[in-house]
Ligand binder design. Structure first.
Ligand SMILES: C[S@@+](CC[C@H](N)C(=O)[O-])C[C@H]1O[C@@H](n2cnc3c(N)ncnc32)[C@H](O)[C@@H]1O
Length: 429
C-alpha cells in the first residue's frame, strides 16, 4: 500500500499541485499547471449551454448570460466565451477545529453557523445549530464529550480553544489508529507530524507554558498514556500552522488545523492566492494567474499594515519576510500611516472610522471614509482581494441608503465581481 506521503503527492498531482522544497522557506505548495482567478479557461465548453448562453449574450449581454450559467463563471476574451467551474486551488476540512468561544456558544461546532445554537446536553460546553450537525459530529465528539463531562466546573473553565484543539487532535489520532474513524491521504495524523514547529527557537517561558498546557491535556484525558513532551511540541506546531476560521466578511469565528493548507508559505507583497472559509471548510483560490512551477502564496497576516506591524505579526512564524514590500517599505509605510485609524489603540485603517460612523448612523461621513479606504486597499492588496470586495460592498450599501442608486449599483457590481472570485458562488456569503 502507498505511504501517506505518496498518497498526498498523488492527491495533489490530480489537482495540479506538488509539495516542493523552497529555498529558505522549507516546504511549499507549487503549481504543476496554470491556475486563474475565478476560472480555468482550459475547461471544455458545454455545447448545449453554449448555444443558449451565446444567444442570450447576443441579445441581452454578458450579465444575463452569466445569470443563465448560474454556478458557472463566464469569461469573454475577444470574441470567445469561455466558461468553466469556478476554480478552487485546494480545499480542506480541518483535522481539528473549534469555535473561538468555549461555553458561551459563539458558533456551531460542525458548520460554524452562528444562529440558534444549543448546548450538548452531556458536556454542556460544545454547541450545535441542530441535531443534523450534532449527529455528523458525534463520532468525533463522543470521547471528548465523556472527558469534558467528567471535569469539575473549575476545570471546564480552563478549556481554552487551543487546549480543546489538542484534546480533539489526540482523540482523533487514537480513533484513526484504531480505525474507529477512517483516514485518507488528506486526513491523517502523519500530515500533522510533518508540520514545522520551530521548537528549537521557542523561548524558555513559552516552553514552560506549553508544558503546563500539556499537563492540562493530561488531566482532561487521564485514561490515555500521553507523551507530554510530544504534546508540548505539537502546541508549538499550532502556533505556526493553525489558521483563524473567518466568516465570509472575514470576522474571526474559530481556529482550525488544516495540515495541507499549512504547507502554503506567506508573502506580504501581492500573494497570488487567498484563503477563505465556507463554514469550517478552507478554500484557497487564485487572486491572479499562477503559472506552472510557481509557488502558491497567501498572506498569514493583515496585509494592509505597515512593515513594522507586519514583521511583529510574523514573529510567531519565526521568519523575516524578505518580499519587496518588506525590503522597500518606507515610502508605502508613510502613506499607510497617513490613513491609520486615529484611535491610537487600534491597528486598523479608515475602515474603522467607517464602522464608527456607521454605528452613529452618520451614513454620509461613513461613506466618505469608506471611499477614502478603497485606493489604499487597492495599493496594498492584489486587485481581487476580498478586503477590496468587502469595502466596495460597504460603499454600495451606504450609497444605496443615501439613495445614490447609480453609484450603489456600480460599487455593488465591483464587489460582486471580486467576491465571486474570492468566495465562489456557492459560499453562504
Ligand atoms: C504554515 S508553515 C508553511 C510551510 C512550511 N514551509 C513547512 O515546511 O511546513 C509556516 C512556516 O513556513 C516558513 N515560511 C512561510 N513563509 C515564509 C516566507 N515568506 N519566508 C520564509 N519562511 C517562510 C516559516 O518557517 C513558517 O514558520
Amino acid at each position: 500500500m502507498a505511504s501517506w506521503a505518496e498518497q498526498l503527492q498523488r492527491e495533489l498531482a490530480g489537482r495540479g499541485l506538488a509539495v516542493a522544497s523552497v529555498p529558505a522557506k522549507g516546504r511549499g505548495l507549487v503549481a504543476t499547471r496554470s491556475f486563474f482567478p475565478g476560472i480555468n479557461p482550459a475547461l471544455p465548453l458545454s455545447p448545449r449551454t453554449d448555444d443558449a448562453v451565446l444567444q442570450l449574450r447576443a441579445k441581452q449581454g454578458c450579465r444575463a448570460a452569466y445569470n443563465l450559467l448560474g454556478g458557472l463563471w463566464e469569461w469573454h476574451s475577444r470574441d470567445r466565451l469561455w466558461h468553466g467551474k469556478r476554480e478552487v486551488i485546494i480545499s480542506q476540512e480541518p483535522y481539528t477545529s473549534t469555535p473561538n468561544k468555549i461555553s458561551v456558544g459563539s458558533a456551531c461546532d460542525h458548520c460554524f453557523s452562528t444562529g440558534h445554537l444549543r448546548k450538548c446536553s452531556v458536556c454542556r460546553v460544545v454547541w450545535y445549530c441542530g441535531s443534523a450537525c450534532q449527529k455528523e459530529e458525534w463520532k468525533l465528539h463522543q470521547l471528548e464529550c465523556q472527558a469534558i463531562a467528567a471535569l469539575t466546573e473549575d476545570r471546564k473553565k480552563m478549556l481554552t480553544p487551543t487546549i480543546r484543539l489538542m484534546v480533539q487532535l489526540v482523540l482523533k489520532r487514537k480513533m484513526q489508529n484504531e480505525k474507529v474513524i477512517p483516514s485518507s491521504g488528506i486526513d491523517n495524523y502523519s500530515l500533522v507530524d510533518g508540520l514545522e514547529s520551530h521548537i528549537s527557537k521557542v523561548d524558555e517561558n513559552q516552553l514552560v507554558l506549553y508544558a503546563q498546557m500539556a499537563n492540562l491535556v493530561n488531566l482532561i484525558l487521564p485514561s490515555l498514556e500521553l507523551d507530554l513532551k510530544e504534546i508540548a511540541h505539537t502546541f508549538s506546531k499550532f502556533s505556526c500552522n493553525a489558521h483563524t476560521i473567518c466568516d465570509p466578511e472575514l470576522r474571526p469565528l474559530g481556529t482550525g488545523l488544516f495540515p495541507i493548507i499549512s504547507i502554503i508559505n506567506h508573502r506580504c507583497c501581492i500573494p497570488n492566492a487567498v484563503l477563505i472559509f465556507d463554514g469550517r471548510t478552507a478554500y484557497v483560490r487564485a487572486l491572479q494567474p499562477i503559472s506552472k512551477d510557481e509557488e502558491i502564496s497567501i498572506s498569514y497576516i493583515e496585509t494592509a499594515a505597515v512593515t513594522k506591524k507586519r514583521q511583529d505579526d510574523l514573529k510567531q512564524y519565526f521568519f523575516i519576510c524578505t518580499c519587496l514590500r518588506c525590503l522597500k517599505g518606507a515610502e508605502e509605510d508613510a502613506l499607510l500611516e497617513g490613513y491609520r485609524c486615529k484611535n491610537q489603540t487600534c491597528d486598523g485603517f479608515l475602515c474603522c472610522m467607517t464602522q464608527i460612523y456607521m454605528e452613529l448612523q452618520d451614513w454620509q461621513t461613513a461613506l466618505t471614509f469608506c471611499r477614502l479606504t478603497i485606493p489604499v486597499y487597492e495599493r496594498v492588496y492584489p486587485p481581487f482581494h476580498p478586503m477590496i470586495g468587502l469595502q466596495f460592498y460597504t460603499c454600495g450599501k451606504l450609497e444605496w441608503l443615501l439613495e445614490c442608486t447609480e453609484d450603489a449599483l456600480k460599487s455593488l457590481t465591483r464587489a460582486a465581481d471580486i467576491l465571486r472570485i474570492t468566495h465562489g458562488t456557492k459560499s453562504s456569503s
